[in-house]
Write a protein that binds this ligand. Structure first.
Ligand code: CMC
Length: 435
């Protein structure tokens, strides 16, 4: 027996093939040798939505969905949330190791010195309608940074990449805060380098006429924990978009814009906004049973529930629940928490959800905290995008360093018409004729 070999017998030809197995995978390209005859293209795999396909090797994030485990660079998410700052975790995710004291100080300095936006970018933001969705503004503004930093196109240079990474991590909170101020018609607030990453973000969001904004330390820390929990999640939809767009060697600003666009959908990062809208629609705990019945009848989805990878309680949801209690001591309890807790209890006992292994995910409780802190639901996904930028960039940098990676270009199974021809009587369009 050779445990690292997969033997495949092709019933069509009676031929046998031996494929190497490495880390629980076979290479899809090895299947190409399996042909019915010499003219045959060779066997491919068909895997819509990547249900069982590893698109890369990555050393950034580990998830065991059956056991509810999430680790960045080997460190359990619970320990990082308890003991680290967001920028410390960002350094870890990007570089593979936690920073020394000096490395952290230098990294914080670097990020802080990239928080300002070019004034033309600020003017660009002013062009949006007053009721523009903040995610639309964020996606467009991040893409627009590509016009400000043309040198970013030199994506094969590690130094250039590093510079853009610091720029993006520094500027995301500023763009996010400006989208918020824009929707309220408030003047933009410039970054304050005396403040930490999340406290400065709160300053840019909520400073009014006071000379110096003082962020509540409990809320700033809660936001930091939420950012840590959202920093990366291996090959999710938006990270896959980042890798796909980045693989064409597009610059990081347009690639991050593409990733943020993927995040905005309600099945991904947009779910946190939808959870709040769902809790609003349910209104009171008495309405929960009828809502659950509609979900079971396939008429509605329980937003914030279910996950492609987690078939157990999402470890991030547990930490968010704990963080919510800290936040509520400052802000007062968000009454929606009672509806959410009752909904979770019923769902976790109901056969429909148990059978399908549907548990609360990261988005189920995050919106309740954000709302208690004063955010409107349409800002929730923007709050997801800020920290996830770290993960997107770490994967982008890993992609650019990986000698095995090429432009992402999946195959298809063609199901359309066989060759057919235009009618012979249809005239040719001559060059120069009006079209
Ligand atoms: N409510 C009701 N039923 C559900 C839900 C839900 N939230 N999620 C999955 N199901 C059912 C689904 O209908 C299917 O049932 P059946 O086998 O009878 O057809 C079964 O569970 C398996 O679901 P699936 O849609 O095949 O699973 P998936 O891996 O393709 O989708 C998901 C994962 C997250 C898109 C999905 O669970 C979902 O739509 N959840 C609600 C949206 C949400 O909370 N998204 C945030 C995900 S976590 C953070 C992030 O990625 O941003």
């Amino acid at each position: 027996m050779n445990e690292n070999i997969l033997t495949i017998k092709d019933g069509r030809t009676e031929k046998t093939y031996s494929l190497p197995v490495e880390r629980g995978t076979i290479r899809a390209i090895d299947l190409r040798q399996i042909k019915e005859d010499a003219e045959d293209f060779g066997l491919m795999t068909y895997d819509p939505a990547f249900m069982n396909t590893a698109s890369c090797r990555s050393s950034i994030t580990f998830i065991d969905g059956d056991r509810g485990i999430l680790r960045y660079r080997g460190y359990p998410i619970e320990e990082l949330a308890e003991k680290c700052t967001f920028l410390e975790v960002a350094y870890l995710v990007l570089n593979g190791e936690l920073p020394s004291e000096k490395q952290l100080a230098d990294w914080v300095y670097e990020v802080k010195h990239h928080t300002m936006l070019h004034e033309t970018t600020k003017k660009f933001l002013e062009g949006f309608r007053y009721d523009a969705h903040p995610m639309g503004m964020l996606v467009s503004t991040v893409a627009a940074l590509s016009t400000v930093y043309p040198e970013a196109r030199n994506v094969l240079d590690p130094q250039v990449r590093r510079h853009q990474i610091a720029r993006l991590i520094g500027k995301m909170p500023t763009i996010a805060a400006y989208t918020y101020r824009h929707s309220l018609g408030l003047p933009y607030v410039y970054p304050d380098n005396d403040l930490g990453y999340t406290a400065n973000f709160m300053n840019m969001l909520w400073k009014m006429v006071e000379p110096k904004y003082a962020a509540d330390p409990v809320l700033a820390r809660a936001l930091s924990i939420l950012f840590i929990l959202h920093a990366d999640h291996e090959q999710n939809c938006s990270t896959n978009a980042m890798r796909a767009v980045g693989s064409s060697q597009a610059d990081p600003f347009v690639s991050v814009a593409a990733a943020a666009a993927a995040l905005s959908g309600p099945l991904h990062g947009g779910a946190n906004e939808q959870v709040l809208r769902m809790l609003d629609a349910i209104g009171t705990t008495e309405n929960i049973p009828s809502y659950i019945e509609q979900v079971k009848a396939g008429k509605l989805k329980l937003m914030g529930f279910g996950h492609r990878v987690y078939k157990n309680y999402d470890p991030r949801a547990r930490i968010i629940k704990w963080t919510a209690e800290q936040v509520f001591q400052v802000t007062g309890r968000n009454p929606k928490l009672d509806i959410a807790l009752a909904l979770e209890k019923i769902a976790l006992e109901d056969e429909y959800f148990v059978k399908r292994k549907l548990y609360p995910n990261v988005d189920f409780y995050s919106g309740i905290i954000y709302q208690a802190m004063g955010f409107k639901p349409d800002m929730f996904t923007v709050l997801f995008a800020i920290p996830r930028t770290v993960g997107w960039l770490a994967h982008w940098d890993e992609l650019m360093r990986d000698p095995e990676q090429k432009i992402a270009r999946p195959r298809q199974v063609y199901t359309g018409a066989d060759v057919r021809h235009l009618p012979a009587e249809k005239p040719k369009i001559l060059v120069g004729s009006a079209v």
